[in-house]
Design a protein around this ligand. Sequence first.
Ligand code: IMP
Length: 183
Amino acid sequence: MDSRMMGDDLHSVLVTAQQIDERLTELAAAIDADYAGREILLVGVLKGAVMVMADLSRKLASDVRMDWMAVSSYGSGTKSSGVVRIVKDLDTDLTGRDVLIVEDIVDSGLTLSWLVANLRSRGPASVEIAALMRKPSEAKVHVDVKYCGFDIPGEFVIGYGLDYAERYRTLPFVGTLAPHVYA
Ligand code: IMP
């Protein structure tokens, strides 16, 4: 899918494909430097983190393994419910592992703060977070995002893994939708 297929549903492009690519290259270099000589377990949060996981992981020189979790805190609307439920758990035992959670976006922070506490309780050596985007104005709880791609305004965004009612995930950029889409 590209912007031409969106017609007037697309309101604006917030982060271009090139900006994402360049920023992920920088984050990968920082991660490689910090984890030198250690094996990283990348934990992707389905479904939104699929694109950032695919692109970030391939830029890493480090020895990585990958696992996935699905949690639910959103319906098809645009506001966090604050209620987190594990839909799919990890296959990996976290004991002694260096875990790096890979997320698409930190909005209220409720999902990630719950997830970090949950993963820390499983005996890993470390748990850190890499997130493509963060909305500082929407934070309800503090979440320590060690590797953050972009701080963005508190608007609902779509593309590069992020959806509205399961649409627009395959856009190569991050953008906002025209108001009529929500009507
Ligand atoms: P939080 O718990 O409010 O931080 O929200 C976390 C999850 O909500 C993210 O991992 C996304 O899946 C989803 N989300 C938050 N903001 C947006 C957005 O602007 N567009 C699409 N999904 C979002």
